[in-house]
Design a protein around this ligand. Structure first.
Ligand code: PLP
Length: 510
């Protein structure tokens, strides 16, 4: 790595930085910051002296001095005034990554699609769990399959939904992500292929990559383009058909089943990781027709369908579908309390046939020896009264969703927004490939985002942004106005867009 950058090299990297859309020093600082964050200017590199850069750029020295001062203040430049500052990344950073229990102060967090705990209910479940605890204290506390009362409560919920399930078919995990890792290690592994929807859930894509498996991305069909203008479009596959009894059924079309079948036949993936229930990020739901066909075809090619139902309970439009496991006992299902109740519970599960569960347990014990007891006791309580907090959560989410869709239509009319049928997020097509640039600029306006490419492989989805409706309408308004302003900054400085591609280090997202 070079230890310093000469003015000519910097001029080339900066490109057409000076658009006149903002004070010159601001534009200069913005572009340098983006170059550093993008890795195009490496860390710990000395930038040209103020005088030399001013001459090369044909601007006043004051402009460069002010730009460098701003970069120093933000932590992107180290070293005292006068000396040649070296590039760095702020410790106390503009929070483009770094999850936590609380959103960073002053920042609206749209990178995480997650909700606070369902009020009192979770707290009460923990209080009750402490009452249940003494009975278990004489035991060792290790249980790699999960506490019996929790496994039974989970199994009973499937049975009540028309999918007979015993506790022996349930393995309790520390959340859905843990469940997926156990499954990957058991069913996939080095050089094997895993079919995924494209886009898909970023942490799942990371897990597949980390397992050494190769992803086989199958594009989800785009939403139909509107005849004119932007605004909210019904999701393809989101058209509503009347159902015979209660609820509505989604129309077919949200998934390219032909494409998935072709991929399964030709690529022979060991498993497919799918989110058919309020897919993250699109919010789509797969029709029963598509589910049936998928299960039939997967059986023919020997691909294990692994279905992540983490978002299934967030059924905002009362859509009527059967869980994929209803169509075949070979389906492996992942569940979680993270979205229905609270991610802080770190409680999820795998539902599968008993033999598969035994294999998963063996894998699990190579990673950990069981979940914490109190959390499992609390989770068992929550599962027994599952619906209690859900109505209020759904009502709130419906309100948030309408607020977000209205705000986006009003303030960002050239964003094409797919109307989500459930879940927590809206998937928006941007008029320009500026998702990463928006993600980098947005913290300046008080918003943290997850860029579209986090949801794909190979840098796809620079044209897309996922926007969660997990905030209250008033906060969503502030966030959308901030997005509008961030977008305006990028539109005014095309260099910001062209400078940035997907970041090399994936940002935290859920
Ligand atoms: C589809 C999907 N799967 C899994 C997870 C993570 O779930 P958990 O917190 O149970 O690990 C999320 C969280 O956003 C998700 O959206």
């Amino acid at each position: 790595m070079p230890g310093s950058l000469n003015p000519t090299a910097m001029l080339r990297l900066l490109g057409a930085w000076n658009t006149g859309a903002a004070p010159a020093y601001r534009e200069l600082a913005d572009v340098v910051r983006l170059l550093v964050m993008d890795g195009r200017i490496p860390l710990d590199v000395a930038l040209p002296s103020e005088r030399a850069l001013a001459v090369t750029l044909g601007v006043s020295r004051t402009t460069v001095t002010a730009a460098y001062a701003s970069l120093r203040e933000q932590g992107f430049l180290r070293g005292g005034q006068g000396s040649r500052g070296r590039t760095g990344i702020p410790h106390r950073t503009i929070p483009v990554s770094g999850p936590g229990l609380a959103a960073p102060e002053g920042i609206l967090d749209l990178a995480y699609a997650s909700l606070p705990a369902t009020g009192e209910v979770v707290h009460r479940a923990f209080a009750d769990a402490l009452i249940d605890l003494p009975a278990l204290l004489p035991g060792f506390g290790y249980d790699a399959v999960g506490l019996p009362p929790l496994r039974e409560a989970i199994a009973d919920r499937y049975t009540a939904a028309g999918i007979p399930t015993t506790a022996a078919q349930i393995l309790v995990t520390s959340g859905a992500q843990h469940a997926l890792n156990i499954i990957l290690r058991t069913l996939a592994g080095r050089q094997q292929k895993v079919l995924v929807e494209h886009p898909s859930y970023p942490n799942a894509l990371d897990a597949i990559r980390a397992s050494g498996s190769r992803t086989v991305p199958v594009p989800m069909p785009p939403v139909a383009e509107p005849a004119s203008g932007g605004g909210v479009k019904p999701a393809s596959g989101g058209g509503v058909e009347p159902a015979s009894g209660g609820g509505v059924e989604p129309a077919s079309g949200g998934w390219d089943i032909d494409g998935m079948v072709a991929a399964m036949r030709h690529q022979r993936p060991a498993m497919a990781y799918l989110v058919p229930d309020f897919h993250n990020p699109t919010g789509r739901i797969m029709s029963n027709l598509q589910r049936r066909r998928l299960v039939r075809e997967a059986a023919g090619t020997g691909t294990v369908l692994v279905v992540d139902e983490t978002l299934r309970e967030l059924n905002l439009d009362a859509v009527n579908t059967s869980p994929l496991s209803a169509f075949s006992p070979a389906v492996v299902t992942i569940g979680s309390l993270s979205k229905s109740h609270w991610a802080g519970l770190r409680t999820g599960w795998i539902r599968a046939d008993e033999d598969s569960i035994s294999r998963f347990v063996q894998t699990r014990t190579t990673m950990d020896l069981g979940g914490p007891v109190v959390e499992q006791l609390a989770a068992a309580r929550l599962l027994r009264a599952f619906a209690e907090p859900l109505d209020a959560r759904l009502a709130e989410l419906r309100q948030n969703r309408e607020a977000l869709l209205g705000l986006l239509a009003e303030h960002l009319p050239d964003w094409h927004v797919e109307r989500p049928r459930g879940g927590l997020t809206a998937w928006c097509r941007l008029p320009t490939p500026s998702s990463t640039a928006l993600t980098v600029v947005a913290p300046d306006f008080g918003v943290r985002l997850a860029a579209g490419p986090r949801f794909g492989v190979g840098g796809a989805f620079e044209h897309f942004m996922r926007v969660p409706y997990t905030l209250a309408p008033a906060q969503l308004e502030t966030a959308v106005l901030a997005l509008r302003d961030a977008q305006a900054r990028i539109d005014a400085s095309p260099q910001l867009r062209t400078t940035l591609k997907a970041p090399k280090e994936p940002a935290a997202v859920a």
